[in-house]
Design a protein. Structure first.
Length: 357
């Protein structure tokens, strides 16, 4: 059997590590296609080296661009690879342009496509990710879901065939040693805030970006250490809008993008996470670290419903008030692990079956 896996962005590399390992252990011939959607070393190549993900068989080098341009280039190149390799199954991950391009390319060639992390819904069609995930789910032949809510979302849309509840793939490799990472970045366990910002709705919207940045500055001025590894898109936006001036507090530590293992170590160690990331808002609670989500809605509703994570939007006063409240609490949060499986999602994805629904 020959399987073609399409990846192109940081979270997809990590998910593919788990599934690829299981596929290869079973003797399945996997062809790995890297679209080049993320091409900066710190958000791409480093993951292949650090996590021992096999070197891609194909690197398409698409790079950045407008959504239509980027997706179109991927579609053309992925189709060429599929036709050449004659794969029996194509696997796509998550909700990026690489995901949609892979699913579209294979859907017209009558080859089954499997979607890992299917069924997520924010119900905000202004988000490119929402469009990508909805279209991919309706194209896919096999749908692997991270949670029961995702399964129910698919059912509401009439998708019930070949739907499997497997858990969240990234939790399979989420436990790492933290002491070395804390020492490297001069951070203390449960005594700092970790920040990640990368979504276009925040980086490309000046009002949102300014509110978030000013909120971080004000929080840091309250004698709270903030560690902020800046995504290339976010760094570019901050510079272009002249927000990175000389008024950065010493407690607001700006860093280049860090490796996945370092990120996971800091997610475990932080007292609080401020993020707009879909992946981080699940991983934080897995380690007992609450997240403040800089969005007005989320596709991961389970943790909001139990009051662990907080949706605060992008108003400065909401971000500051909620952050200070949670950070100054003496409360220690217990890990939240009941929603996303048992750490064997990669094995279940690679089998192609699990809890039949």
């Amino acid at each position: 059997m020959k399987v073609l896996s399409v990846v192109g962005a940081r979270p997809q590399f990590i998910k593919a590590v788990v599934v690829s390992k299981k596929l290869r252990q079973k003797g399945i011939n996997e062809i790995l296609v890297h679209t080049g959607q993320h091409y900066d070393f710190n958000v791409s190549d480093v993951f292949f080296k650090e996590l021992n993900l096999p070197k891609p068989n194909y690197y398409l080098g698409v790079g950045s661009g407008l959504h239509g341009e980027q997706t179109g280039k991927m579609l053309i190149e992925i189709e060429k690879v599929i036709l050449k390799e004659k794969a029996d199954l194509v696997i796509v991950y998550g909700d990026t342009n690489s995901t949609l391009a892979g699913a579209l390319a294979v859907s017209k060639l009558r080859i089954p496509v499997a979607h890992v992390e299917a069924g997520l819904r924010s119900y905000n069609k202004n988000m490119p990710e929402e469009i990508n995930r909805v279209l991919t789910d309706h194209i896919s032949d096999i749908l692997f879901c991270s949670s029961k809510v995702a399964v129910e979302n698919l059912k509401k849309e009439g998708i019930t065939k070949n739907v499997y509840l497997v858990g969240y793939v990234m939790l399979d490799i989420a436990l790492v040693d933290i002491n070395e990472v804390l020492k490297k970045y001069n951070l203390e366990y449960k005594n700092f805030i970790l920040v990640t910002i990368h979504r276009a709705e925040n980086t490309d919207n000046l009002e949102n970006l300014k509110n978030i940045w000013e909120a971080l500055v004000e929080i840091a001025q309250n004698n709270i250490k903030i560690f902020f590894p800046i995504h290339p898109r976010t760094k570019k936006a901050l510079k272009e809008n002249k927000l990175l001036g000389n008024n950065i507090p010493n407690n607001l530590i700006l860093s280049e993008p860090i490796s996945y293992k370092e990120m996971v170590a800091l997610e475990q160690s932080a007292k609080l996470i401020i993020t707009d990331s879909g992946g981080v808002q699940k991983e934080g609670p897995f380690f007992g670290t609450p997240c403040i989500i800089l969005r007005n809605e989320t596709e991961w509703t389970e943790i909001i419903d139990i009051g662990f994570n907080k949706l605060v939007g992008t108003k400065k006063e909401n971000i500051v008030k909620t952050s200070l409240k949670i950070f100054n609490e003496e409360k220690i949060y217990a890990p939240v692990r009941e929603f996303y499986g048992d750490g064997r999602a990669g094995e279940k994805n690679s089998k192609g079956y699990c809890f039949k629904l």
